[in-house]
Design a protein around this ligand. Structure first.
Ligand code: ADP
Ligand code: F6P
Length: 468
């Protein structure tokens, strides 16, 4: 339990996110995974590793009744967490966050559904996060909140007397006005975001959409640094998240072994690789379908290429995710049934997570990094693929135009995942690209990925936030 008084014992820097990198063992109920998978954890964990302070998030547990903060001071930053009521897990996490905000922010209005009781749970859980945060951080301390789960914490913290800087980074896209205003509580959400001092996005386009919504719905005025609303300045910035490239570049002996095994299994065939959380925004069905179409249009590639799709379980008790899993499994079966031979399976599919070394081995062995989300805030997998390539014999990144990473990775082949034939054509182009062109495309991307680390991202955001 947390010392509740003594403001001087409170942290001067607090990070808040729904997810923590490692769910504490006491609360392993959620999925028994040792490491949580997703862009937020991959980016934030290394960025904060040396920074001190406290990182507050959901424990991963679901226990009725108790609402206690557990603090683990053995990590840096110290971890603070609390359990969710089972009802919050259903209404806040599975409900408003993942069945309302997630689909609408990614541009899937047909999948978004709205339920008054889920909205109330969202308001309540944001308030609980704000209450916990206020207990942990010094009144004038810096608070950095993350992602769509926590859009309302700033207003709630201000109401509790917090006077220090409050920043929000959104890890997912921000939708266009026409979509945003279809949310029944769009104005309340927007006001919540405008209660922060700084709001950060991965790309210029998301920042522009946000400013446009603020102008239209909250009568804000755009300024050179963000917007002016009700006599206050709210800064809006673009901070593209990167990766720590070194662990993907440095292939150790164990990883070498993995690569050799994989290559033996491929027996000279080319490898096309997809790696994602299992999510409908990732376009896995469309990607598989385009791979099947490529085999139809280009029979010369039959038996000479295999696709491997690695999908890590995610939000599995949300119906749209369970349905997506079934759709993927059905399609893999169909493609293998239609195109496979006794000695060759076109698609291999695994539903699990891998450690970083194993992922690096898969990336290095793959001739094509097939990263084709229908919409994605950033997509770190694309950057990890670039980092893992050998500079003198790199593979080709086939990247969706609709991933935030497309703004930075100019050497990729950009593809439209809604265009099946176009994607099949782009796949053949990737498979046939001569070494010279592959190297010329890869080198500047690697440079960029190396420079744009999570530390650089966090420094830029926090520097801006604390500049008052
Ligand atoms: P998102 O945040 O939507 O999950 P990103 O591509 O930005 O998408 O980040 C995904 C992160 O999760 C990457 O760092 C990637 O290495 C990791 N990841 C994705 N799939 C797997 C997997 N099957 N096993 C282990 N890690 C994975
Ligand atoms: O990066 C986007 C993101 O939604 C993060 O906010 C989240 O932590 C991650 O993907 C994985 O999702 P979840 O936390 O629901 O497992």
């Amino acid at each position: 339990p947390l010392p509740r008084t003594a403001p001087d014992a409170r942290a001067s820097f607090l990070v808040i996110s729904n997810r923590l990198p490692d769910a504490p063992s006491a609360a392993a109920g959620e999925s028994e995974r040792a490491r949580n998978v997703g862009g937020l954890v991959s980016g934030l964990a290394p960025a904060l590793a040396a920074r001190g302070g406290v990182w507050l998030g959901w424990s991963g547990g679901r226990r009725p009744g108790a609402l206690e903060l557990a603090v683990d001071a053995s990590s840096t930053p110290a971890r603070a967490s609390f359990d969710f009521h089972p009802e919050w897990h259903t209404r806040f996490y599975n409900g408003f966050a993942n069945r309302s905000l997630w689909p609408i922010f990614h541009g899937f209005p047909g999948r978004a559904r709205y339920d008054e009781s889920e909205w109330r749970a969202y308001v309540e859980v944001n308030d609980v996060f704000a209450e916990m945060a206020t207990r942990l951080v010094a009144p004038g301390g810096t608070v950095w909140a993350h992602d769509y789960h926590l859009l309302l914490v700033a207003a709630s913290m201000r109401a509790r007397g917090h006077s220090g800087p409050l920043g929000l980074f959104l890890h997912i896209p921000f939708p266009a006005l026409d979509l945003f205003e279809t949310i029944p509580w769009s104005r309340a959400l927007l006001d919540g975001m405008l209660a922060f001092d700084l709001v950060g996005f991965h790309t210029r386009r998301y920042a522009q959409s946000f400013v446009r919504c603020a102008e239209e719905l909250a009568r804000a005025t755009a300024t050179s640094s963000g917007v002016r609303v009700d006599g206050r300045e709210v800064r809006v910035g673009v901070f593209p998240l990167g990766i720590d490239a070194a662990p993907f570049e440095e292939i150790d002996a164990a990883t070498e072994g993995e690569i050799a095994e994989l290559q033996a299994a491929l027996r000279g065939r080319r490898l096309v690789l997809g790696v994602d959380r299992l999510d409908y925004t990732k376009g896995i069905v469309e990607r598989l379908d385009a791979f099947g179409r490529m085999l139809e249009l280009h029979p010369e590639w039959r038996g000479r290429v295999s696709m491997l799709q690695v999908a890590v379980p995610s939000r599995a008790d949300v119906p749209e995710y369970a349905e997506q899993r079934r759709a993927i499994e059905t399609l893999v079966g169909r493609i293998n049934g239609e195109h496979g031979e006794a000695h060759w399976m076109p698609v291999r599919y695994v539903y699990r997570s891998y450690g970083r070394g194993q992922l690096a081995a898969l990336y290095r062995a793959a001739d094509v990094g097939y990263v084709t989300p229908l919409r994605d805030g950033m997509n770190l997998v694309a950057k990890e693929y670039v980092a893992a390539q050998h500079p003198t014999s790199p593979g080709v990144l086939l990247l969706s135009r609709f991933a935030g990473a497309a703004d930075e990775l100019e050497g990729a082949i950009l593809t439209n995942p809604h265009d099946r034939d176009g994607m099949a054509r782009d796949l053949v182009r990737a498979l046939e690209m001569p070494a010279e062109e592959r190297i010329a495309r890869h080198a500047p991307m690697l440079e960029r990925v190396r420079r744009s680390t999570p530390e650089v991202w966090a420094d830029a955001f926090l520097h801006e936030l604390e500049r008052r």
